[in-house]
Design a protein around this ligand. Structure first.
Ligand code: FAD
Ligand code: SIN
Length: 537
């Protein structure tokens, strides 16, 4: 197959780029599962944006949103990038409304929510399923867009580059090897412009708010292809994931209770009913996420309790059902009436602030390769993302990426046509009993990352994690080369690569900053206020 633009991922970043790019050439947009299976579909709180003067919270301004983003980012945001992305918020909302997203309104005006780290109300939302509404609108628009081929259940194994083929030329992307998960066939898709929109890597941790698809494939592929990666130590832990020890199944384990509840007055309390976050930050439950997650971790360790609680019992009867129906009904299904009982919560891995290094237009260090959305590290989030800035970034950078590709990238048709790309070679068929090894390794990685590389780190724990990951990597490599590939093996290979990148970046940062906290280097050092950049060769 050939495309002018090969877009890997069908979340907000991938689809909004695909819809626009189709006006300029043939687009193939792939998803390893269904088109709706993405972090985007799971987003709850909303999308942060300062609207026109008469529509915003009194006293709010783009400058204030920029200041809040820089403050959350703990000295590592790239200010020009922050300025540009935040300033394009209002046009993003306009575009999403145009695609059919029905944001909540009150008296004809957009209803604005609040989340941690925001000094004003500026989160547009569609009740508590904002991401689902955005994803559905984009999928609907994409399905009705000419020149756009949407392929579900197509898993990108690896990027094909001139470097990997051993060609003595400027290293650049030629396309990708793609597994059709239904037929088991591996095809080559050729494209001069390949865009990673593969989302994050929450599944590298035992406890996460992310869906199963979030296995860091984009970062792992870009790393193997030699692109620059940065800041993988900054994994954001969301403070309020539902704690449900009796639960079985991913849905119950990963269920997020949106920060927007705290924006509407919900308070974090310990088992004695104390508002303990105030001891850590005067903003209490609405402090930025890194602070709140660390405070909860500290409280859990101090008291020996398995969780803390989010309390909404003081809100008027019917409030939760009306404003947060999805959360209310899901908790009810799990047997908890949050109007009568406090909600047990724990922090869980939520968002990857680092990723494939790009400029503001999605351009990576490898010619022809672009990255947009959570997979990219643009400099917007620095050491800690401000809530609800992610959907915004995905849409803005997708728009800018297309302009960049059209203006500055000139496809090399000739060399694309004459470069021979070897067909995929399958390994032997996997013996069924060896699949157990995959699940065991998968579990081991996620558990060791949780135990050694989560909210509070030490040099010693990072060293141990690195040693165990080295062994696991070897085992996974043998497995990968010796067996016929399937989605499980591929995800395991990516997980172990991404886990190692997180550990390597964390080991390099000899200070505590934003989401990276280590008891061996507990202070922030001004001299270390720079990105952790790593590259394979
Ligand atoms: P995703 O939406 O994750 O899409 C990734 C796509 O890549 C998927 O289609 C996947 O199938 C595909 N893919 C991955 N690997 C491969 C491969 N190897 N081959 C083929 N396809 C592949 N952010 C906010 O701003 N506001 C919120 O309210 C909010 N709430 C959130 C709530 C939850 C529970 C979660 C998990 C996240 C939330 N976030 C929120 C974060 C936000 O949802 C994500 O950062 C954002 O949606 C990422 O969009 P994306 O397009 O980059 O990637
Ligand atoms: C939430 O609704 O709490 C998630 C918001 C985000 O991750 O930006």
């Amino acid at each position: 197959m050939n495309a002018d633009f090969l877009i890997i991922g069908s979340g907000i970043a991938g689809l909004s780029l695909a819809i626009r790019a189709a006006r300029h050439g043939r687009v193939i947009c792939l998803s390893k599962g269904s088109l709706l299976d993405s972090n985007t579909s799971w987003a709850q709180g909303g999308i942060a944006s300062v609207l026109d003067e008469e529509l915003r919270d009194p006293g709010d301004s783009v400058e204030l949103h920029i200041a809040d983003t820089l403050d959350a980012g703990a000295g590592l945001c790239n200010e020009p990038v922050v300025r540009t992305i935040i300033s394009e918020g209002a046009s993003t909302i306009e575009e999403l409304v145009h695609y059919g997203v029905d944001f909540d309104r009150e008296d004809g005006h957009f209803s604005l929510g609040k989340e941690g780290g925001h000094s004003k109300r500026r989160i547009l939302h569609a009740r508590d399923t904002t991401g689902r509404k955005i994803a559905e609108a984009l999928v609907h628009t994409a399905r009705n867009t000419e020149n756009l081929v949407l392929l579900e259940n197509h898993f990108v194994i690896d990027l094909i580059t001139t470097g990997k083929l051993g060609m003595v030329t400027d290293d650049r992307v030629l396309g990708a090897y793609v597994l059709n998960s239904e037929s088991g066939e591996v095809v080559i898709i050729r494209a001069d412009r390949v865009i990673l929109a593969t989302g994050g890597c929450g599944k590298v941790y035992l406890y996460t708010t992310n869906p199963d698809s979030a296995t860091g494939d984009g970062v792992a592929m870009a790393w193997r292809a030699g692109a620059m990666i940065a800041n993988m130590e900054f994994i954001q832990f969301h403070p309020t994931c539902f704690y449900n020890p009796a639960a079985s199944g991913a849905e119950a384990r990963s269920f997020l209770v949106s920060e927007a509840l705290r924006g509407e007055g919900a308070v974090l309390i310990n088992q004695k009913g104390e508002d303990f976050i105030k001891k850590h930050d005067p903003r209490g439950s609405l402090a930025p996420r890194d602070i709140v997650a660390r405070a909860i971790d500290h409280e859990i360790k101090r008291t020996g309790a398995p969780c803390v609680f989010l309390d909404v019992r003081h809100k008027p009867a019917g409030f939760m059902k009306e404003r947060f129906p999805f959360i209310y009904n899901t908790l009810m299904r799990f047997g908890l009436d949050c109007e009568k009982q406090p909600i047990p919560v724990v922090p869980a891995a939520h968002y990857q602030c680092g990723g494939v290094v790009t400029d503001i237009n999605g351009k990576t260090s490898l010619r022809g390769l672009y990255a947009v959305g959570e997979v990219a590290c643009t400099g917007l989030h620095g050491a800690n993302r401000l809530a609800s800035n992610s959907l915004l970034e995905g849409n803005v950078t997708a728009r800018r990426c297309l302009v960049e590709m059209l203006a500055h990238f000139h496809p090399n048709r000739e060399s694309q046509e004459f470069t021979e790309i070897p067909a995929w070679e399958h390994g032997d068929t996997a013996a069924p009993d060896e699949l157990v090894v995959i699940y065991h390794n998968w579990d081991e990685i996620r558990r060791l990352m949780w135990d050694y590389v989560s909210i509070v780190r030490t040099d010693n724990r990072l060293r141990r994690a690195a040693t165990r990951l080295r062994n696991l990597k070897k085992e996974v490599r043998e497995f990968y080369w010796g067996h016929r590939v399937n989605a499980d093996i591929l995800e395991l290979r990516n997980l172990v690569a991404v886990a190692s990148l997180i550990v390597d970046c964390a080991a390099k940062r000899k200070e505590s900053r934003g989401l990276h906290y280590t008891t061996d280097h507990p202070r922030t050092k001004e001299s270390l206020a720079s990105d952790t950049r790593i590259r394979k060769f």
